[in-house]
Design a protein around this ligand. Structure first.
Ligand SMILES: *Cc1c(COP(=O)(O)O)cnc(C)c1O
Length: 369
């Protein structure tokens, strides 16, 4: 029996009356050093960052200042116990050259769900979205404009009590840094379906972007890379049978003429913003999308019946990442050539058109800076 926990998290946003974000601009911009022809993911950071401190029960000292190293005590809580969460968002330039941000409000809400589960304070809208907007505006020249590029935005929060006892902290840092980003995966990914290591289980933290979810994935991922695969397709923690996510992406399968993706009811799966966008766009197009438990046996049966048409991951970093093959136990299931896929190709173009502001934003997904 699969147990359903369905963790319900309320978001309590306290009212922060006057949280002014102080801006200190750099005198020494590094923008001249950015090589637009060779932008790699997460290697270079823009001129400024946002830092806010939570202390004595409230957010204070919010500041945008030159990007610099932090100075922290070795006893800082999060370094020991992982009370740390993050988000991933992207900014683009529209055809007029104005910065636009894709669905950041959804990331803000998810950030606060992660915060609550990790016993951390909620970050108010003025700080998260207001700060984000000001930071992107200030560093707008860091948004690259060639195909498949963007400014990756990384908000995060860490517990910073100087105390190595195990208890929820009282002092936190909320920060936002940004980094020009190029394409994430350049070719279709080869996937290993894991039926030994697990990522998430009901009652756990699978639905959060908490640091621990990524730390624990390093070893199994390293192992499958050594075996020649790019990423893991995680299965559920009880039966190792129901598929969950690939690496740090949600996963979709086209079985016959239906699109199927695992449902998020058990809180074991990250509620991806790209996942939601993909479901919305496909349904509007008239495609049947099913959100439900999906077993590897069903995928394998579809493959044998010639019905496994497409399989792809979705996420902010990679957008749509086609899967070239899935290996489960002793069988390698090879997908048809990506050029023949209808849905993934269409979604990639459609999402790009919305994200780069080339198409009317009928869903209110774009935040204009
Ligand atoms: C971030 C993330 C995703 C994708 O979420 P998006 O909001 O689409 O970027 C999926 N799974 C995991 C585990 C993630 O960390």
């Amino acid at each position: 029996m699969r147990k359903v926990t369905n963790y319900q998290i309320k978001i309590n946003i306290m009212n922060v009356a006057a949280l002014d974000i102080v801006v200190h601009k750099t005198n020494e911009s590094r923008i001249g050093q950015l090589d637009h022809s060779n932008i790699q993911f997460g290697k270079v950071y823009s001129d400024h960052m946002l830092v806010a401190t939570y202390e004595n029960g409230e957010w204070q000292h919010a500041e945008i200042k030159p990007y610099e190293n932090l100075s922290l005590s070795p006893a800082t809580t999060f370094m020991h116990y992982g009370q740390a969460i993050f988000e991933g968002i992207k900014a683009y330039k529209d055809p007029q050259g104005n910065p636009i941000i894709f669905r950041p409000r959804d990331n803000w809400k998810r950030f606060n769900r992660s915060a609550e589960r990790m016993a951390m304070p909620a970050v108010p809208e003025e700080l998260f979205l207001g700060g984000l907007k000001q930071l992107v505006d200030l560093d707008r020249d860091w948004i690259p404009t060639s195909d498949d590029t963007s400014l990756y935005i990384r908000p995060f929060m860490v517990a910073v009590d100087e105390f190595i006892g195990v208890r929820p902290a009282e002092k936190f840092l909320f920060m936002i840094i940004t980094s020009p980003a190029g394409p994430y995966y350049s070719k279709p990914v080869s996937i290993y379906v894991h039926d030994e290591y697990v990522r998430a289980f009901p009652g756990g933290i699978g639905f959060t972007k908490a640091a621990g979810n990524y730390g624990m994935s390093m070893y199994p991922t390293q192992k499958v890379k050594e075996m020649g695969y790019d990423q893991i397709l995680w299965t559920d923690g009880y039966e190792h049978k129901y598929v969950q996510e690939i690496g740090t992406m949600n996963v979709f399968f086209v079985l016959g003429d239906k699109v199927v993706t695992p449902d998020i009811k058990q809180d074991t799966i990250l509620q991806g913003v790209t996942r939601d966008s993909v479901i919305t766009l496909l349904r509007e197009k008239g495609v049947t999308v099913e959100e439900r438990p999906l077993s590897i046996d069903e995928i394998q049966a579809a493959y044998h019946a010639g019905q496994l048409r497409e399989a792809f991951g979705t996420g902010t970093a990679a957008s749509i990442a086609p899967i070239s093959a899935l290996t489960y136990q002793n069988e390698k299931m090879t997908l048809p050539p990506v050029e023949e896929w209808e849905n993934a190709q269409w979604l990639k173009k459609e999402l790009a058109a919305i994200r780069y502001g080339r198409k009317t934003d009928t869903h209110n997904w774009i935040l204009h800076v």
